[in-house]
Ligand binder design. Structure first.
Ligand code: HEC
Length: 161
């Protein structure tokens, strides 16, 4: 579904493309009149229009700190590839960033949960984003619930080289 929606955005007319980029409801309705393929997209296309991890939601410096957390804590049990495998990606795709953040916050490190700071969890999560080639942006992912809860996870098929 995600892939289809992305392709539709990629191939869309200028009007529809504007709808893809802005995510505003008014242009979407206008585009639907002229672009039947977009009109027929299922409900999950909304997540692509809303703020998501394809929009540069963390910085490179933050992911670098996250790699430090990975080396110091997570690497005892995890390989980076744990978070690049298709099962992992499918499990979390189109879920909220907050759910994955909270999963790590509440359960990791396995056996000693709740021993990481919010900053460590957030940094480690952005390292996972970077491993999957998600774009960086100018602003760090915030560590308060409201900021983390702003985004959907969309992997977008990118991979770090
Ligand atoms: C002591 C071992 C251990 C450490 C250290 C550890 N983990 Fe885990 N992690 C696990 C196990 C075991 C699982 C499997 C799920 C479960 O049983 O809770 C898991 C699952 C996960 C998952 C879910 C993966 C999925 O497939 O959905 C994520 C994300 C994760 N860990 C992130 C981290 C991060 C980030 C760190 C470092 C801050 C970390 N873990 C440190 C053992 C560990």
């Amino acid at each position: 579904m995600t892939r289809t929606a992305l392709v539709a955005c990629g191939l869309a007319s200028a009007a529809a493309l504007a709808a893809c980029q802005t995510g505003a409801s008014t242009p979407s309705v206008a585009a639907a009149d002229t672009e039947p393929t977009l009109a027929s997209q299922p409900a999950d296309r909304g997540k692509l229009d809303e703020p998501n991890t394809m929009h540069g939601v963390y910085t490179a410096a933050q992911a670098q700190r996250g790699e430090g957390v990975f080396r110091a804590v997570c690497s005892e049990c995890h390989e980076p590839s744990d978070w690049q495998d298709q099962g992992f990606l499918n499990r979390w795709n189109e879920d909220s960033v907050f759910r994955l953040w909270y999963y790590i916050f509440e359960r990791m490190p396995h056996g000693r949960p709740m021993t990481l700071t919010r900053v460590q969890v957030t940094d480690a999560l952005t390292y996972i984003f970077q491993l999957n080639g998600l774009p960086t942006g100018a602003t760090e992912l915030g560590t308060d619930d409201d900021s983390i809860d702003d985004y959907w996870i969309i992997w977008g098929g990118g991979r770090s080289p």
